[in-house]
Unconditional design. Structure first.
Length: 185
């Protein structure tokens, strides 16, 4: 039939985001002057409806253990990791936020952020990395599993989206899979 819409008209093909080679970048600690910019990046880079932003407190008190990946040519932010060593559990290092610009994912930036964080915290005495992650984020979970993280299936965990997780971990409706990985000092 002429002029009848094709299948692609009703169901256009899914086109992945355009990917680019990662520009040369460096890792540095965030500073207090970039709180608003980091929050804007986290909102843009994360699919979570209520992404936890960095906030001034995070940058002020945990800048020494957090990292930003920044392009060396134009100082563009490519990724951010906010993390800290647990004061209540001395051998545990927590990744609070990890995000990479979608145009530069699968280019080693996320891995570099995690490994730099792990090396620093291992030097400070941490023996384990811990990441509370949304169980409905399969891409993020796959990335963390590729880095050697394993979901905690301990007492109180239930399968949410097929992943061992803890219901209401971060508040009502905020389920989290708790992923862990050993680090060497």
């Amino acid at each position: 039939m002429p002029d009848f819409p094709s299948f692609d008209h009703w169901f256009p093909p899914i086109v992945p985001p355009e990917r680019h080679d990662a520009p040369p970048y460096r890792l540095r600690h965030p500073d207090e002057d970039e709180v608003a910019a980091l929050d804007a990046h986290l909102r843009d880079w994360c699919e979570a409806p209520r992404m936890r932003g960095s906030g001034r407190t995070w940058v002020r008190h945990f800048a020494g253990t957090s990292w930003v990946a920044e392009a060396t040519l134009d100082a563009r932010r490519l990724g951010v990791l906010l993390g800290f060593g647990s004061p209540g559990r001395p051998g545990e290092a927590i990744i609070h936020v990890l995000a990479v610009d979608p145009a530069f994912r699968r280019r080693g930036i996320g891995r570099a952020l995690v490994e730099r964080f792990a090396a620093d915290l291992a030097a400070a005495g941490a023996t384990e990395l811990s990441v509370p992650w949304r169980p409905d984020d399969p891409a993020g979970l796959a990335f963390l599993r590729a880095l050697g993280f394993i979901p905690d299936a301990g007492p109180g965990s239930v399968r949410i989206y097929g992943v061992p997780a803890y219901a209401d971990w971060d508040g009502a409706g905020e389920d989290r899979a708790l992923l862990r990985r050993a680090i060497a000092g």
